[in-house]
Design a protein around this ligand. Sequence first.
Ligand SMILES: [Zn+2]
Length: 120
Amino acid sequence: MAGKHTPERTCVACRQAMPKRDLVRIVRRPDGSVVVDPTGKAAGRGAYIGPSRECLRLALERRALERSLNVALTDADRAGLEEELYKRRASCPHGARRGPGHGAQAEAAESEGGSVDEVS
Ligand SMILES: [Zn+2]
């Protein structure tokens, strides 16, 4: 039935479904640290956020990442994620893309987390 299927994941911050390859996977490693996973294959529990800076900001502000990953982020974790994502963003072709209502949508999406996965 399905022809070419593009796997989609939901940004935990703004709840927009996007092709998995456009999203950034954040993984809680078995040792409890939280890092950006550029490969999408690191072991641990993963959550996806959109490529824009706004998504990371929202995810941190609303504790969406912490809820999805079931972890408390330290200041060092937050700083590390921001640094990683800013670095990525410079070379990310999707960085500037922004749909209308991207921010407003998040207002209504408080209760549920976005996509998470578990890799062991
Ligand atoms: Zn987003």
